[in-house]
Design a protein around this ligand. Sequence first.
Ligand code: TYD
Length: 135
Amino acid sequence: MTINSCKLVDLPVIKDQRGNLSIIEGLLSIPFEIKRVYYLYDVPGGAERGSHAHKHLEQFIVCISGSFDVVLDDGVESKRFTLNRAHYGLYVCPMMWRYLDNFSSGSVCLVLASEHYSESDYIRDYETFLKLTDR
Ligand code: TYD
């Protein structure tokens, strides 16, 4: 897996005088079925989240409110994505080191995941991650 497998997806927006509505459908807008949803909120200024990779998990990260950055690293190349619109999401493939920073005050980070929580799927040590990527 390389960083090129990770993509920003512009989600459909249904605009209405009453407000906007965006849609994420498993296996349609994103390449996996959604088994788990979690969200980060009340993130204090200067905090960093993530700093790990997943062996098998696929994720889709959406900035529901405010803004934050997601840095992806495949062991060779790294890219910083700024998320600040609720109709954009970032697809993160397996074996991608990631961290999230620059959270604005009041920001909300929604994460859709392809599997239930499993600590054994995490790689929390960067040197171990580099060894496991055969790049
Ligand atoms: P972690 O995934 O390390 O957070 P982040 O990547 O956002 O910085 O998870 C933080 C803690 O929460 C860790 O102890 C595992 C626990 N956790 C669950 O129990 N279930 C979950 O679905 C998630 C995402 C985390």
